[in-house]
Design a protein around this ligand. Structure first.
Ligand code: GLN
Length: 204
């Protein structure tokens, strides 16, 4: 069922450096939000929220440096811009990271430590049903691809979901910042995109 974000929702950006950009734009469109790919710092002034897609966090970091986006994104997130990071995007939203490579940096924003590639390499990709706090209805089918997990969270971070098989934290929220270790854009279930768009609308 297509849901609607309502007229008060500003456009939602998808960081379009690398990764699942088209899939996130499709999911945002399905919940009635106007979605825009973001590649330039000045576009950050035109959006009410930013999705950081899954892909490869080292590549996203290097391209964010090359496109002069590291500091502008950090600043906007620090100033309260809602953001939703998935997989590599979760890594980009973490204040601390274990197993990064080559001086890899994150935007930060969520007071957590993530372990990169924690679930193993590509062969260890898997799907699992996750019960998510704040999401009504049945558990969400979650696709994990060389995913990180969350090792530690600070006091301001709400744990939204755990993977039952490993008992690891895989979904968190800190104020207007949302992060999942899995890829909600790869399944037709748009409940997490709807939640993010609701957060964007509340903050606008
Ligand atoms: N392992 C990847 C990284 O470090 C994340 C994989 C993904 O986003 N599917 O960025």
């Amino acid at each position: 069922m297509t849901q609607h974000a309502g007229p008060a929702c500003p456009p939602v950006g998808v960081l379009a450096l690398q990764g699942d950009v088209a899939e996130h734009i499709a999911a945002l469109t399905a919940v009635g939000a106007a979605a825009v790919p973001v590649r330039r710092p000045e576009q950050l002034d035109e959006i009410g929220g930013l999705i950081i897609p899954g892909g490869e966090s080292t590549t996203i970091w290097k391209l964010a440096v090359a496109f002069d986006l590291m500091e502008p994104v950090r600043k906007r997130i620090g100033a309260g811009l809602p953001a939703f990071g998935c997989c590599a995007g979760m890594i980009m939203l973490a204040d601390r990271m274990v197993d990064g490579t080559g001086g890899q940096e994150t935007f930060g924003g969520i007071d957590m430590t993530v372990r990169r590639n924690a679930f193993g390499r590509q062969v260890d990709s898997f799907e699992s049903d996750i019960e998510l706090r704040g999401i009504a209805g049945p558990p969400l089918r979650a696709v994990f691809i060389r995913a990180p997990w969350v090792e530690r969270t600070g006091p301001g971070v709400e744990v939204l979901g755990m993977d039952a098989g490993t008992d690891r934290i895989v979904a968190v929220r800190q104020g207007p910042l949302l992060a999942t270790a899995f890829h909600p854009e790869l399944t037709p279930d748009v409940r997490l995109h709807q939640l993010f768009v609701d957060i964007v609308r509340e903050q606008s």
